[in-house]
Design a protein around this ligand. Structure first.
Ligand SMILES: Nc1ncnc2c1ncn2[C@@H]1O[C@H](COP(=O)(O)OP(=O)(O)OP(=O)(O)O)[C@@H](O)[C@H]1O
Ligand SMILES: O=P(O)(O)OC[C@H]1O[C@H](OP(=O)(O)OP(=O)(O)O)[C@H](O)[C@@H]1O
Ligand SMILES: O=C(O)c1cccnc1
Length: 489
């Protein structure tokens, strides 16, 4: 999508330091050294207990088009350092010009429920190429996962009510708006008002009308009747321009006219005031007038917390129109996904495992060529274990809590599981059949249904167990000790 929106090569959608490091690898003769990086996040957004991964489709589009065009290279050629001299030698630009992506990528499919520290993507290939991909891959996965997660939270509250995404006007620019529409749909929304997203992705488009329509007529009734006359098969009338309940009465009158022509009043929309009280009163007016099937749409700065409160208050809302707080992921504007080096292949052909130390245990990265094994029992998913595929699991597997090594858990060989990361690219060639957006959207709800419900509550959610396989845990601990010892003052 991202290439469709900008219609240009996007290899420059990266941070300068990726190019300067790439140049350094090239100068040092290390450009082709094989490396493995993992993309993961450390903490769920919105103080929640789950995250929905999203954005892989855009990653695939992005990588399929990856190349340095002549214009890109012309620009890179102009870049200078602190002394005004060129940053990059012509030989490096030539290397980029003829470079073909050789990376192999494994990823957890879009729409999967994921947890902190699990690799969402594992990138293996020439270190120069992996490095260049850090920024764009994070850009594509972080935002879409954030919005898909926010949408999934709203879906949990809405239950079977319809959810409409109205965010384009408040989104972070055109791409923010379009990708948010896609992620919101995957997370569980039913439709978007964003027509371009509808065209690009096949998301159903839906909408009502604005206050300006009503204000442009001499009276509200006249405005409603005109709207119903011109678009009899798409009539949801915004009733709050002057007085919401009078607006409902006018909508009923327009609905009665509509019926005479063989059409039904689809809905009314409330966009201000006490949405619980007004929806209850509007429902009474509509039902008394014989408009039992007319829907009540509500909008106005809604989020999952207000929706929850409105449900508790007994509101009669059938359709929720949600913009700002969804597409801007209002209460947490970024998912802190990171991209860390986990291994480099030594000249001997052996993996040299790597980790980043930190004072905070949560920030120490995990080495290894990682895979995530999700164990299940008859009730659903029970825990996820991150392991190093280079040390195959023999018989029962033991999983250690990385933050409390005294806690471990064993799984018999017969325990059912699925390995979450699947091959996407093999040495630069796409080998994955992309599911449709509809399948991905279904996957989110299906996934959520297999988890203990405590992870889905908003306040103090249950922490789903994610651990490191014992050998990986021991290898990480050894590496930490060695690095600490080797880096003492
Ligand atoms: N019954 C309710 N319970 C909880 N929150 C509500 C309820 N009704 C509306 N809200 C929410 O309260 C917030 C603010 O509504 P407020 O009444 O201040 O603005 P408004 O009625 O839209 O006024 P304005 O005319 O300025 O748009 C909105 O986010 C709205 O969704
Ligand atoms: O409230 P959101 O969740 O962002 O949903 C989108 C809002 O966009 C429209 O408002 P408009 O731009 O007319 O401004 P308003 O807030 O004054 O209604 C619409 O009436 C919704 O209220
Ligand atoms: O169709 C609507 O009602 C709509 C679309 C965008 C923003 N607010 C409302």
């Amino acid at each position: 999508m991202i290439n469709e929106l900008y219609d240009t090569s996007l290899s420059l959608l990266t941070d300068l330091y990726q190019l300067t490091m790439a140049y350094g690898y090239w100068k040092a003769g290390k450009a082709e050294q094989e490396a493995v990086f993992n993309l993961y996040f450390r903490k769920h957004p919105f103080q929640g207990g789950f995250t929905v991964t999203c954005g892989l489709n855009s990653v695939i589009d992005y990588l399929n088009e990856y190349r340095f065009s002549e214009e890109d290279l012309d620009y890179i050629r102009t870049l200078t350092g602190n002394d005004g001299q060129k940053l990059f030698e012509p030989g490096f630009l030539e290397y980029l010009r003829t470079m073909e992506l050789q990376c192999s990528i494994h990823a957890i499919p879009e729409g999967t429920v994921v947890f902190p520290n699990e690799p969402l993507l594992r990138i293996q290939g020439p270190i120069l190429q992996c490095q260049l991909l850090e920024t764009p891959l994070l850009n594509l996965i972080n935002f879409q996962s954030l919005v898909a997660t926010k949408a999934a939270r709203m879906r949990l509250i809405a239950q079977d009510d319809a959810l409409l995404e109205f965010g384009l006007r408040r989104a972070q620019g055109p791409d923010g708006g379009v990708t948010a529409s896609r992620a919101a749909y995957i997370g569980g929304f039913d439709a978007t008002s964003n027509v371009l997203a509808g065209k690009l992705y096949g998301i159903p488009v839906k909408g009502t009308h604005a206050h300006s329509w009503v204000m442009s007529f001499d009276s509200e009734l006249e405005a409603f009747e005109a709207y119903a006359r011109f678009m009899p098969n798409n009539v949801t009338l915004l009733v709050d321009t002057y007085n919401s309940l009078n607006g409902v009465r006018h909508a009923i009158k327009a609905g009665q006219q509509l019926r005479k022509r063989g059409y039904e009043l689809g809905g009314i929309r409330l966009d201000s005031g006490d949405l619980a009280y007004l929806s209850i009163e509007a429902r009474k007016l509509l039902d008394e007038a014989g408009f039992e099937s007319t829907n009540i749409v509500a909008s106005n700065d809604l989020d999952e917390y207000i929706m929850d409160s409105l449900k508790i208050q007994g509101s009669k809302i059938d359709i929720w129109g949600i913009g700002t707080k969804l597409v801007t992921a209002f209460d947490q504007p970024a998912l802190g996904g990171v991209f860390k080096l986990a291994a480099i292949k030594a000249d001997s052909g052996e993996w040299d495992y790597k980790l980043k130390l930190s004072e905070q245990a949560i920030k120490v990265s995990t080495p290894g060529i990682q895979q995530v094994r999700r164990f299940k029992d008859s009730k659903g998913f029970v825990s996820d274990m991150i392991f190093n595929i280079e040390t195959p699991l023999m018989g029962k597997a033991t999983m250690v809590d990385p933050y409390d090594f005294t806690k471990n858990r064993s799984f018999a060989e017969s325990t059912q599981f699925e390995d979450l990361l699947v091959p996407i690219f093999a040495k630069g060639q796409l080998i994955y059949t992309l599911p449709s957006i509809y399948e991905t959207r279904k996957r989110v709800q299906e996934q959520l249904s297999h988890f203990y419900k405590g992870i889905k509550r908003f306040v103090n959610p249950h922490t789903y167990p994610v651990g490191l396989e014992k050998e990986l845990f021991d290898m990480k601990t050894d590496l930490i000790m060695k690095l600490r010892a080797g880096n003492e003052e």
